[in-house]
Design a protein around this ligand. Structure first.
Ligand SMILES: [Fe+2]
Length: 285
């Protein structure tokens, strides 16, 4: 080990939290080792500092370039993998992504999350249950959903959309069920106007993510679940720019004619798409 590495490690010895000390000292050890291994040049160091500085400057409100960078480098999925060892029953988790916005309105069971646009598109109804490992319904689970509009952009990215467009918070009802109306999500390209765009262009990589709806589900006593539902048949399922696709999260939609069953409750008076999917949460501890 080089003297400078030893000195820096020693300088972190007084950190009270054993965990923080371990994480930081391991970071220094690994980073120094990496720099030594590639024999980093002064110019490369300057390029790296400039890249990270500009990445920071891109971060503002809903635009989170560092999350996007973590996503395209597979770091988000690695952290997900380490922290959510999957089992047969639990719904798999996937990337959080950079486009979540907190504080969205609470909506009623079956409410439409489309506030603007999409009038000429077939409505989509998403419906299912929130369950525990034994298949018992979880009542009052909080379900945040967010997705892109039909131009492939999220509200927050696109000033033409109202802030809560295609977003909302729901609670599972007395039967543990949730439902909302929307439109089918479409595949979209992640933002290319920042440092992540530069990196992907440099590596000759594409920007596409397959169509999906984001979910964040939490209930007292259960682990929080951050996941997506991907739409079966999407041409980008095998090449997600952020490596987030998992087989069990790919869902098919049916096309249904509006009959009394649906018309009465959900007030859908025309043919519509239907996705039925139940999420399974794991107890804490
Ligand atoms: Fe997304």
């Amino acid at each position: 080990m080089r003297p400078v590495t030893e000195s820096v490690l020693k300088s972190l010895d007084q950190i009270d939290s054993e965990r923080s000390k371990y994480v930081l000292q391991t970071l220094i050890k690994t980073l120094h080792q990496y720099i030594d291994e590639v024999q980093l040049t002064q110019t490369e160091w300057e390029t790296a500092i400039d890249f990270l500085t500009r990445t920071g400057h891109m971060c503002q409100g809903p635009r989170q370039e560092f999350i996007l960078l973590s996503d395209v480098l597979g770091i988000s999925m690695l952290v997900d993998e380490i922290n959510h060892s999957q089992n047969e029953q639990q719904t798999p988790s996937t990337v959080f992504g950079p486009f979540f916005v907190a504080g969205m309105p609470t909506r009623m069971y079956g409410e439409n999350i489309v506030e603007e646009g999409g009038d000429d598109l077939m409505p989509l109804l998403v419906q299912g249950n929130i369950l525990d490992h034994d298949g018992k319904p979880i009542v009052g689970a909080e379900i945040e959903v967010w997705q892109t509009a039909d131009n492939g952009m999220y509200s927050g990215q696109d000033s033409a959309q109202p802030p809560a467009n295609l977003r909302g918070k729901f609670f599972s009802n007395e039967q543990g069920a949730y439902a909302f109306k929307s439109i089918l999500p479409i595949s979209y390209q992640i933002p290319s106007d920042g440092t992540v765009g530069e990196l992907l262009n440099y590596a000759k990589r594409h920007f596409w993510r397959p169509a999906h709806i984001h979910f964040m589900i939490q209930a007292p006593g259960y682990q929080r679940l951050v996941t997506h539902l991907f739409i079966q048949g999407d041409e980008h399922l095998n090449g997600d720019a952020v490596f987030g696709v998992k087989e069990r999260l790919i869902v098919a939609y049916e096309t249904k004619l509006a009959d009394a069953n649906w018309t009465d409750f959900f007030e859908i008076k025309q043919p519509f798409h239907l996705i039925q999917y139940s999420f399974v949460l794991t107890k804490e501890g």
